[in-house]
Design a protein around this ligand. Structure first.
Ligand code: SOE
Length: 385
């Protein structure tokens, strides 16, 4: 255990341990550090310990991100009385093990998406979360894009009936960080570590948005996946890529809508493009993450879209931020997520999205994989919990 000079966090606030200190660990650390300063009324968090395998690297990250300590043994961290919340930011193959152990140790848990690498693991996590809930121990899966103000507003409009009956959804999530065939092998391209490729990484967000925005459940899918670069340079020469680079699917929902979904980490020149369009009988909404403060709306029978900057007083989450027109960044989604999580815990409530939501998404992803393996034939999504 190493103490850092720049310890931060409010005494008396829940003590947090983040497990994992790479990209997501950094984004979550930023959120825990800033949540109470930004969101009026949000309980604070004590940045107690950042956990990772490499002692020097995690100590350095802990100092940089503002943690009191760093540690290398997450099992030991779960035994500590000064830790109330465990935030799981490790690669997918460890989600189930860490989250289940943390819940059983009486810690509230946030697990990064996708919930797990397999349906069996996700089901176990849900069973553990349900038992923990009975003991007042809560859990959430980190679909941070639910906390984009424009998407939260889109959901409000749809729920209020302002686009009528939802008929069609188009959702795509495109990135390009693997477009170069010379990009090296990473854990994200190994099935045993990541579970899947663009599917778990990006389609998990896309499917979650379909459920979140419309309230529909996906019931059946036809799909195709593609691995464009089957081998990449690893530490020991060329290694097999064992996950998808991209996936396409058409889907039906339980309330008669049709969804088209497209995800890729090989879409040249697209960096982090999550685009969503929802078309209803009397209107539509349209969103692009690369312009995340905007929502295009055609409401209540309007025949064209108009663009709305979602930074006005009363817009979702904006009370915690800046005056109108002073735009938010991608990091705000994690701060808003931390605020919602801490607020739910303080009220003794289960935060959303729950592990059940994570499992529901996982079932759609499993159906996509199954359909792709059967040349795109229709696969029903498993239901029931
Ligand atoms: C990488 O593709 C990644 O970091 C995803 O894992 C995140 O969930 C997404 O928000 C940004 O891109």
């Amino acid at each position: 255990m190493t103490s850092t000079p720049s310890a931060s966090g409010a005494a008396g606030s829940p003590g947090v341990a983040v497990i994992g200190y790479a990209f997501m660990g950094k984004a979550h650390s930023h959120a825990w550090r800033n949540v109470a300063a930004l969101h009026p009324g949000a309980p604070g968090a004590r940045l107690q310990v950042l956990v990772g395998r490499d002692a020097d690297a995690v100590a350095s990250a802990a100092g940089q991100y503002g943690w009191s300590e760093s540690a290398t043994d997450w099992h030991a961290v779960l035994e500590r009385d000064d830790i109330d919340i465990v935030d799981v930011c490790v690669p997918g193959h460890l989600h189930a093990e860490v989250a289940i152990a943390a819940l059983e140790a009486g810690k509230h848990v946030i697990a990064e998406k996708p919930l797990a690498n397999s349906l069996a693991e996700a089901e176990k996590m849900v069973a553990t979360a349900r038992a923990a809930r009975e003991r007042g121990v809560h859990s959430m899966v980190g679909f941070n894009y639910r906390r984009v103000p424009a998407l939260a507003l889109a959901r409000q409009h749809i729920a209020a009936g302002r686009i009528g009956e939802v008929r069609q959804v188009r959702v795509s999530y495109l990135q390009d960080w693997l477009a170069d065939a010379a990009a090296p092998m990473t854990w994200r391209l190994r099935r045993e570590l990541a579970g899947s490729g663009a599917l778990g990484d990006l389609a998990s967000h896309a499917v979650d948005q379909v459920r979140y925005l419309t309230g529909h459940e996906v019931t059946a899918v036809n799909a195709m996946t593609q691995t464009f670069v089957p081998q990449r340079a690893g530490e020991s020469g060329m290694e097999d890529v064992t996950v998808d680079d991209a996936a396409w699917s058409t889907m039906r929902t339980d309330r008669g809508a049709v969804v088209s979904l497209e995800v890729s980490r090989m879409a040249s020149a697209r960096k982090n493009a999550l685009e969503i369009e929802v078309y209803g009988s009397t209107g539509a909404v349209r969103f692009d993450l690369e312009s995340l403060n905007h929502l295009d709306v055609a409401l209540d029978g309007a025949s064209t879209f108009c663009r709305r900057l979602v930074t006005d007083p009363g817009d979702p989450y904006i009370d915690g931020w800046w005056p109108p027109g002073h735009v938010l960044g991608w990091d705000a989604t994690f701060t808003n997520q931390a605020s919602d999580f801490l607020t739910a815990l303080a009220a003794g409530q289960e935060p959303t999205p729950s592990f059940e939501d994570g499992l529901a998404v996982q079932r759609v992803l499993a159906a996509i994989e199954a359909s792709a393996a059967q040349a795109g034939s229709c696969v029903e999504v498993e239901r029931g919990l």
